[in-house]
Design a protein around this ligand. Structure first.
Ligand SMILES: Nc1ncnc2c1ncn2CCOCCNC(=O)c1cc(-c2ccc(F)cc2)cc(O)c1O
Ligand SMILES: [Mg+2]
Length: 214
């Protein structure tokens, strides 16, 4: 049977990256996506912006919406202090299965909890099921029309505290216009746009960093 793109991406990691070396896993995926097949990872250019936000914040609780193959999961987890936790939600079971293996290859499974399901269903259960009260950082990278409803849901569920940071991928391409309008006009957020490019292309895209003011 024909392999899928995530399966071919995983094979490239197992072939070209060193077990237990997160940086080699990130490099192997970027090389695969630049030279063989484009895939919707945040990528190396926006990935550097992601790294700087994570390093500056030094978060102990992180939520990622949309795991895909685990590329940004590995980038973020690699920068977390000991005992920090990253919870990542993935809707597609095939993507989740690949991501688990990519995360395991990087040796970061201790810091990562991958949960399968839709963000809208899982977010209300996080406090009771995953023992996290609030998140220091949320990385939004799932369905672009879920960014706004899920942000309102996280507010309603008390998962954000004064100073929590939302970092959103793809605010230009594919675009999240309603989300951008909300975080840029709401008095409860202080927003900043980091101009970049759609992963592995010259097309404009960027990350929006929004601090929740409580
Ligand atoms: N737990 C959950 N709950 C709800 N929904 C969930 C979920 N987990 C996953 N999903 C849904 C799907 O997740 C993937 C979403 N990501 C993208 O679609 C994406 C697309 C492009 C892209 C594609 C084609 C172009 F031409 C140009 C750009 C680039 C990106 O960087 C993207 O991130
Ligand atoms: Mg993305």
């Amino acid at each position: 049977t024909q392999s899928t793109r995530p399966q071919r991406l995983l094979s490239a990691v197992q072939k070209n990256a060193t077990r237990g070396d997160p940086c080699s896993v990130v490099k192997a995926i970027d090389q695969f996506c630049r030279s063989k097949e484009w895939a919707m990872n945040v990528g190396d250019e926006k990935g550097c912006i992601l790294d700087s936000v994570v390093s500056e914040l030094n978060p102990t609780t992180v939520l990622e919406l949309g795991t895909y193959c685990g590329y940004s999961t590995v980038r973020i987890a690699n920068l977390l202090p000991p005992h920090a936790k990253l919870i990542t939600l993935e809707f597609n079971p095939d993507f989740a299965a690949i991501a688990r293996q990519v995360i395991a290859w990087s040796g970061l499974e201790e810091k990562v909890q991958l949960v399968e399901g839709a963000s809208g269903d899982l977010i209300p259960k996080i406090k009771q099921d995953f023992g996290v009260q609030t998140f220091d950082l949320v990385f939004l990278d799932h369905w672009k029309d879920r960014y706004l409803p899920d942000t309102k849901l996280m507010e309603a569920c008390g998962l954000l505290r004064k100073g929590s940071i939302l970092l959103a991928d793809n605010v230009i391409c594919p675009g999240t216009p309603d989300y951008l309008e909300y975080v840029r006009s709401s008095p409860r957020y202080e927003s900043q746009y980091f101009k970049s490019h759609l992963e592995y292309t010259k097309v404009e895209d960027g990350l929006e960093k929004s601090v929740f003011l409580g």
